[in-house]
Design a protein around this ligand. Sequence first.
Ligand code: BJW
Ligand code: ZN
Length: 241
Amino acid sequence: MTETDIELLKTKLFGSQHAVALTGAGISAESGVPTFRGQDGLWQHYRAVDLATPEAFGRDPRLVWEFYQWRRRLLGPVRPNPAHTTLAELERRLPNFTVITQNIDGLHQMAGSRRIIELHGNIWYLRCTGCGLILEDRRTDLPPLPKCDACGRLLRPHVVWFGEMLDPVVLDQAYAALHTCEMLLVIGTSGLVQPAASMGAVAKHRGALVVEINLEPTPQSDLYDFSWQGKAGELLPQLLQ
Ligand code: BJW
Ligand code: ZN
């Protein structure tokens, strides 16, 4: 990326009626949240099939809850970084700016973004496996197997596991934003998990300028207009300068 490229991106971004950022775990890495894949990724130490599938929860809910309780404790003191705050600022400055995130950490909200589509749910919400009730709960000292006050059945984290469908209402909102945007920033995602991995291609197909911001190239890089390599927390603020 040259200085001229960055100027071009800024012109396109600040001239757009609709712009979108699609974010993944990499945007929270500089806040101290572990990513999933790569050297220090969560899936290097834990097997996704043992912890992030409905079958795993059916088999051993205590183990799955232990994993999520640990992650909730880890996330408790975590704060947004300059990448999150840049996106919040873009929402204030642009006529229509939407964040579509795969992250469950709630850091976009904390940074001040308001138009957020959470594809994979939110770790600070729990859902009843019996009556479907969804409730916010920020405690980091939950009982080992939290139960629903309304019906007494087991609660689960309100997140999307492998093999589960994404909420169709949430997906519709995401595609509506992707279909209308003139520019898409794809930030800190390995592009391996569907359907999010195809969302850049969807926007590209509809004529959006697509810019990837990542430490390294991904399987999607060649499809996009620009691949801007580096730390999201260092690159994104340059769009506001
Ligand atoms: C930085 C950085 C810095 C680091 N700055 N960058 C079609 C084809 C094949 C398979 C499927 C398919 N459709 C569905 C599937 C199955 C499956 C899937 O995709 N599997 C693949 C792995 C092959 N998908 C699903 O099951 C989805 N459901 C679905 O599609 O339902 C319909 C269906 C069901 C069954 C069969 C067919 C259809 C649901 C997926 C749910 C994903 N859930 C998780 C866990 C959420 C809860 C939790 O956190 O515990 O979501 S898995 C995990 O991966 C998490 C993430 O949101 C997701 C994506 O990860 P992300 O964000 O990309 O992180 P990383 O770690 O992979 O990458 C980080 C990146 O950041 C790297 O590139 C770094 O370089 C970069 N980076 N620091 C900038 N400072
Ligand atoms: Zn219930």
